[in-house]
Design a protein. Structure first.
Length: 278
């Protein structure tokens, strides 16, 4: 419900304004504890009205590149959302192919009891605190925000605690800068129209398939007011009878914010690319 109310409020101002084009670069670095090295992804984000494109470049050594290839993940790819047509295009720049799909409809807003508890999922606790310190990133004033989410898993038979996952999130968020209205407006329109996951939700999309509480974490962090210019997420796990340990870290930085006009051609597949099936 919180997400829906936020989306409706943003849509009211977004739809009545003369919107500019927005682009920026997002650098995301992930570290999985126990594995050598890290993975860095550079996302170039473009927003023009109801269209969005994210071009992703993954920097990986030969071994990691082979792993990603086996997982079907391209080192150079783009995703284009065209909300006006309700279409999504996933482009592989290495193989010069693309897949076109219709965007799925938005999911009904959950009401009543917490759905996760009703379905036997973990008990979720989420806390957020706005700090007093500020700093400027890319010349934009940012507020320090900290969030803490705990997911506790219980044995359904014995009711004893089996495992606790903890997510510590630190971010510097901006709430008033040229381009903020356009970024948040697109997010609100997308949330209202489709259940397709946001590609500009603070770099969290890289956690999908990596941490088991991704959906809950993304939902909680999504309602934090502001656009994260810098953030660090640390993931810890503690099993019953054992000490807790950090298993993952995700760092995100925004730079090169621009409101320069974007060509409409940016949001179409390039000539010479072959359309393929899923």
């Amino acid at each position: 419900m919180k997400v829906l109310l936020l989306a409706l409020g943003l849509l009211a101002s977004w739809g009545s304004a003369n919107l500019a084009d927005v682009s920026y670069v997002e650098e995301v670095t992930s570290i999985t504890k126990g594995q050598k090295g890290s993975q860095k992804t550079v996302n170039r984000v473009y927003i023009k009205g109801r269209n969005q494109k994210v071009r992703s470049s993954i920097e990986a050594d030969k071994k990691m590149a082979q792993v990603l290839e086996k997982q079907g993940q391209a080192l150079e790819s783009s995703t284009i959302l065209r909300l006006g047509e309700a279409n999504v295009y996933k482009i592989d720049h290495v193989s010069r192919t693309f897949v076109e799909n219709k965007l799925p409809a938005a999911k009904p807003v959950a009401t009543g009891k917490d759905v996760r508890k009703d379905t036997g999922g973990p008990e979720i606790q989420f806390r957020v605190k706005e700090m007093s310190d500020t700093k400027r990133i890319e010349g934009i004033l940012c507020q320090h925000v900290a969030a803490d989410m705990v997911a506790q898993y219980y044995d359904p038979a014995t009711k004893k605690l089996k495992k606790t996952n903890r997510y510590l999130y630190q971010a510097w968020v901006a709430r008033d800068f040229p381009g903020y209205k356009e970024i948040r407006g697109f997010q609100a329109q997308q949330a209202r129209q489709t259940s397709y996951p946001s590609l500009i939700a603070g770099g969290l999309e890289q956690l999908r398939g990596t941490v088991e509480d991704f959906e809950a974490l993304a939902e909680e962090i999504e309602v934090l007011e502001g656009f994260p210019m810098q953030s660090v997420l640390k993931v810890y796990v503690r099993r019953a009878g054992k000490e807790g340990k950090q298993i993952f870290q995700l760092t995100r930085t925004i730079n090169s914010l621009s409101r320069a006009p974007l060509s409409p051609a940016e949001f179409y597949t390039a000539k010479g690319f072959q359309k393929v099936k899923n």
